[in-house]
Every structure is written in C-alpha cells, then in structure tokens.
Design a protein around this ligand. Sequence first.
Ligand code: SAM
Length: 251
Amino acid sequence: MKSQWEENAELFAELIANSGTPHHREILNPSVERLMGSVKGKHILDAGCGEGYLSRYYTSKGAIVTGVDFSEKMITIAREKAGDDSTSFQVGNLCNLKDLSDSSFDIILCNLVLLNVSCLKESITEFNRLLNTGGVLLLSMVHPAFNFYGPGSWKMGEKHPETRRREGLFFKIDNYTVEMKYERFWRTRDGERFPQPITFYHRTISTYITQLLEAGFKIEAMEEPIPDTKNEFFDRERRIPFFLVVKASKI
Ligand SMILES: C[S@@+](CC[C@H](N)C(=O)[O-])C[C@H]1O[C@@H](n2cnc3c(N)ncnc32)[C@H](O)[C@@H]1O
C-alpha cells in the first residue's frame, strides 16, 4: 500500500495543488478550520500529511507542526513545498509512531487518511498516546455511508448546461454494514489515471466511534459539512454530505 502512495505521490500533489480540490476548499477545509479552533502556539501532528498543505497552513497560523506520512516521496514533496524548516516533516507509519513521544501534541489532525489505513485500532491508540490529556483529535473522512467508492452511488441524470456536471437524480446505498477492503484508481483533473490504484477500507461510522471510545476519547463534535457556496456545481453535495468530520478529546 505504501508503494501505491509512493508512485501516486506526484500526481496526488498536483491534484491537491496547495489547498485541495474544489471539494476540499468549499466543503471540508472550512469545517476543519472551524473545529480546530485557535492553533497559535499549539503542537500539532498532521497524521498522514501527504504533500503537506494543512501542515503549511497551520504553521502559517502560528502552530508548531509535525507532518508525518509513510510515503518517503510525499515527505520529500512536503519538504520541498515548505521550502524551509518551519514545519517538521517525518517519515512514519500511523500503525506505530514509535519515534514520537507520549503526550507531545495538543492537536492531531488526520485529514482524509483513515479510509486508507489498514490498522484503525492501532492508529487511534497511537493518537491517544501522543496527545496531552484534553488534547484534540480531528478526523475527517469521505462520509462512510455515502462514499460512492464504497457502499453508495448517485443515479445520474443529464449534464447540467452550465456546470457541465451530471445531475444527481437520487443516491442509492447497499451493503453499508459490510466492512471491506477495495481498490480504486484516482484521476487527475484532466482525466489521466493515476499510475497505481489506491486501497480503501469501508468501515461503518459506529466502528470509528467505538474505536475512539475504547481508546479513551470523548466525542466533542461531529459535522457533515455542506458547501458554503450556493453554486449549482455542488447541488449533489448539498443534498448528500460528502464528508464526515469528528472531533474527539483525550480523557
Ligand atoms: C488521501 S491522502 C491525504 C493526505 C493529506 N492528509 C491531505 O489531506 O491532503 C492519504 C495519505 O495517507 C498516507 N498514509 C496512508 N496510510 C498510512 C499509514 N499507515 N501511515 C502513514 N501514512 C499513511 C498516504 O501516504 C497519503 O499521503
């Protein structure tokens, strides 16, 4: 799985383009920002940082940020993009973050990563170990119930004449309760297929929440953000939430 991200790293970084896709910018990033609260002077771990746009952003807001990812290529790109040492980027696997000390972070941000992680229980246990008491874990994911790579998909209509996006007639879901591993190829904005497929894990929302509670977290907030914009382009995402964001704190 690591090799998938190594080989996809350059196209992934191009897709993210320093602030994410329109879905990130219009839907997810505002929710993450809201739930992160004040970050000035806080020690933040960006767990599964990818090309590091959130690490760079929170460093610019005055936080002391460590970005960690198991892909060496992603970490190289993240360091190049940062251009200086103001953010610390390290290679590390969320299943066992042995190089990081107990109780060394105030906030752990895990943005769109757990869907790709095989070791959910171990990662959440590691997050708990690394946080100070009262520290915050912010998890975001493509909504497990409505992930059209997983149990659901839109029944599509005609292309909208202005947005050039197909109308969503209705959303159909099946086998939400069946947890499974699957692979998909991503595409660039120009439709080019990524060189490697990406492995995903479909898990129910209750699995995520149960793991958090068992590891010693308290759930503080949950959001299913919808786009702030009235733009017709996001008609589908206003009707069915694309993302789920969970804020938990270490008891
Ligand atoms: C969808 S990307 C998200 C990257 C970044 N958080 C963002 O929002 O742009 C998932 C990232 O998780 C990393 N990843 C997946 N499994 C991992 C693991 N077990 N340990 C560390 N990183 C992992 C991948 O290399 C990839 O960079």
